[in-house]
Design a protein around this ligand. Structure first.
Ligand code: PRP
Ligand code: MN
Ligand code: MG
Length: 178
């Protein structure tokens, strides 16, 4: 295991089991619908890839990359679209796939933005929820795990663009980011 890691918070086996369950629930709920999965780059890339294997309805995948305007203004919730969707989502049943909800500002922006495009329905699926740091309420439809207010990395989540490749959700050693 990487030397910067304090502990494994959620093992890859636990992740796999939970993601299978989420996939089953989504399969039930979207039978006969026109499902579009939207991956929020880059953090959600592993979750989206894994989750989609267990959703047994025909679906489209699309990808969106957004970034906050500088780290100091992240709390303002002003974000910019780096890469927009490739296709129109008008009239579609859309499911946003996120790795983690922290302050909620990223998703709050995304929800408002995507709703304005005339979707038929819009739901949220997040692997992790960190409610302690929430600034705006976000209604979550599918949730994997609630996590404590610790610095978590792995399975897509980064610190300074590193550790995304770790197979588990891990807690980073304090000395790494302090
Ligand atoms: C992280 C994470 C979520 C968002 C959650 O993305 O992947 O998308 O922050 O934070 P919030 O609820 O406070 O808005 P980040 O902006 O670090 O980009 P990344 O996915 O490319 O790592
Ligand atoms: Mn992200
Ligand atoms: Mg990040």
């Amino acid at each position: 295991m990487n030397n910067d890691i304090k502990e494994i918070l959620i093992s890859k086996e636990e992740l796999e089991n939970k993601i299978k369950d989420l996939g089953k629930r989504i399969t039930e709920d979207y039978k006969g619908k026109d499902l579009v999965l939207i991956c929020v780059l880059k953090g959600a890339v592993m979750f989206m890839a894994e989750l989609s294997k267990y959703i047994e309805v025909p679906l489209n995948m699309d990808f969106m990359a957004i970034s906050s305007y500088g780290s100091s203004t992240k709390s303002s919730g002003v974000v910019k679209i780096i890469k927009d969707l490739d296709s129109s989502i008008e009239g579609k049943d859309v499911l946003i796939v996120e790795d983690i909800i922290d302050t909620g500002l990223t998703l709050n922006y995304l929800i408002n933005n995507l709703k304005s495009r005339g979707v038929k329905s819009l739901k949220i699926c997040t692997l992790l929820d960190k409610p302690d740091r929430r600034k705006v309420e976000v209604k979550v439809d599918y949730k994997g795990f609630t996590v404590p207010d610790e610095f978590v990395v792995g399975f897509g989540l980064d610190y300074n663009e590193k550790y995304r490749n770790l197979p588990h959700i891990c807690v980073l050693k304090e000395e790494v980011y302090k």
